[in-house]
Design a protein around this ligand. Structure first.
Ligand SMILES: [Fe+2]
Length: 464
């Protein structure tokens, strides 16, 4: 089992045709583009944490009922330096690396000794961001990498600090109705202050595009929020938006900046510089700001104007949740997520109805499933009118990996596309409809001849 997680995967840069069973909806045309760790050892060295692995991009191109798969390692500076040295020379979240002092290229690393903020990795393995017409691989440092979503080629390295003063930013930006990117980052000890900075990158500006100018140049700070602590800002993986507000939770899971600054000398990883600080607090009972009848979660406004939140546990063991993004920031009813039976293996995907607290599940023996991604049917009226895409790998070596396509309403299988090459367990991604590309169709058309395959749908109702 461990092998599926930690084995280094071969890239497959040339597209391979998948064997399709079932019927792919004719309207489904585009590229499912995903990201995740694919290489866990370099030479004799091994990463300590699964989140440290080198980014392996992969894609399923779906056109006229046919599916083509390809994968390619992100040629980050981190990847190139590691491969050149034949060992891990750039530190990641759970692995502190010690570069070869003889090589000038690594001299930057020694600035760790004299700078509070370390030089971070550009191994962007977490997510894909759409910014105007461009696509980027993202992680949680100040770096992100432009990529070609069709060939998976790595393009330029981008440093957020050129456009907005942040040392870290989430890998999970939001998009408003106009396609502008909204994100949040942390400025560490900047002019004597540590703050969270909310910023907006506009969708393509036509006159800029004519001149070949990136929308990044028009990045705009929306607001900044002072951290409660100069040297222990909160770690956050994402944030929320509504139609009128951005919701940021300064949770008591903190980064210890002094520990981070000395981690290199102390020989510990940055992961060890994160700690949960439980705050014992007697909440004054105030008015409940949550007015939804369908939840027992409460947000009590206290006398000191702070809000004390009490969650409602809807479902245990849920990871990688997605919704119909057209409902982001608005009232929504359905959550699609991976279900982890025993950590950290997702063996099911589920559709959860937060109104009725009921769920539908899809599972199959020996199958491990990726984040389920919702794609709406063109002209959809219902929130769940669309399909779910998930990548499935099997712990049974006889069973090839496949792209799973479910009807999002009934959670029944529509089709699957088997590929005869290695596929890795990934993290996040997005679907790019062909209409988002200037250049339209690229793959030949062919009738789908195979019949639908077996699937297992389990209906389940439970109370949270
Ligand atoms: Fe994530």
């Amino acid at each position: 089992m461990d092998v599926l997680f930690s084995r280094d995967k071969k890239e497959q840069p040339e597209p391979v045709k998948a064997r399709v069973t079932g019927k792919i909806p004719t309207w489904l045309q585009g590229i499912l583009l995903r990201n995740g760790p694919g290489m866990h050892t370099v030479g004799e060295t091994r990463y300590n944490h699964w989140f440290d692995g080198l980014a392996l991009l992969h894609s399923f191109t779906i056109r006229d009922g046919e599916v083509y798969y390809r994968s390619k390692y992100l040629r980050s500076d981190t990847y190139n330096a590691n491969i050149e040295a034949n060992r891990i020379v750039v530190s990641e979240f759970g692995t502190m690396a010690y570069p070869d002092p003889c090589k000038n290229i690594f001299s930057k690393a020694f600035s760790y000794l004299s700078h509070t903020i370390p030089e971070f990795t550009d191994n962007c393995l977490i997510n894909i961001m759409k910014c105007g017409e461009d696509f980027y691989a993202t992680t949680e440092t100040n770096y992100f990498r432009k990529i070609n979503p069709q060939t998976l080629e790595t393009l330029e390295k981008v440093d957020y600090r050129k456009y907005v003063a942040v040392n870290l930013a989430t890998a999970h930006p939001h998009y408003d109705a106009a396609g502008n990117v909204l994100n949040i980052g942390t400025a560490i000890v900047d002019k004597g202050k540590t703050k969270y900075v909310l910023f907006k990158i506009p969708a393509t500006v036509p006159e800029d595009r004519m001149k070949g100018k990136s929308p990044l140049k028009r990045t705009e700070v929306l607001c900044s929020i002072a951290s409660r602590s100069l040297l222990s800002p909160s770690y956050y993986h994402s944030f929320g938006i509504t139609e009128n507000y951005i919701v940021f939770l300064e949770q008591p899971f903190n980064m210890d900046i002094l520990k981070m600054a000395t981690a290199y000398i102390r020989g510990t990883s940055w992961a060890s510089c994160l700690a949960f600080h439980k705050e014992e607090k007697n909440a004054e009972v105030g008015s409940n700001l949550i007015k939804l009848a369908s939840t027992t979660a409460r947000a009590l406004k206290e006398n000191d104007d702070q809000v004390y939140c009490q969650p409602e546990m809807l479902y245990e063991g849920v990871e990688l949740p997605r919704i119909n993004y057209a409902h982001n920031g608005k009232r929504y009813r359905y959550v699609f997520a991976a279900k982890v039976e025993w950590s950290p293996i997702p063996t099911k995907i589920l559709k959860y109805d937060i109104l009725t607290k009921s769920s539908l599940q899809w599972e199959e023996d020996d199958c491990w499933l990726a984040e389920p991604l919702f794609v709406p049917t063109p002209g959809a009226e219902d929130e769940d009118d669309g399909i779910i895409l998930s990548v499935v790998i099997s712990s049974d070596p006889q069973k090839p990996p496949f792209l799973l396509i479910l009807d999002a309403k009934s959670f029944t299988e529509q089709a699957r596309a088997y590929v005869d090459v290695e596929v890795h367990l990934d993290l996040h991604g997005l679907f790019i409809p062909d209409t988002d590309f200037d250049s339209g169709k690229q793959a030949p058309s062919q009738e789908v001849q195979d019949s639908a395959s077996d699937c297992h749908v389990v209906s389940e109702t439970r109370r949270a």
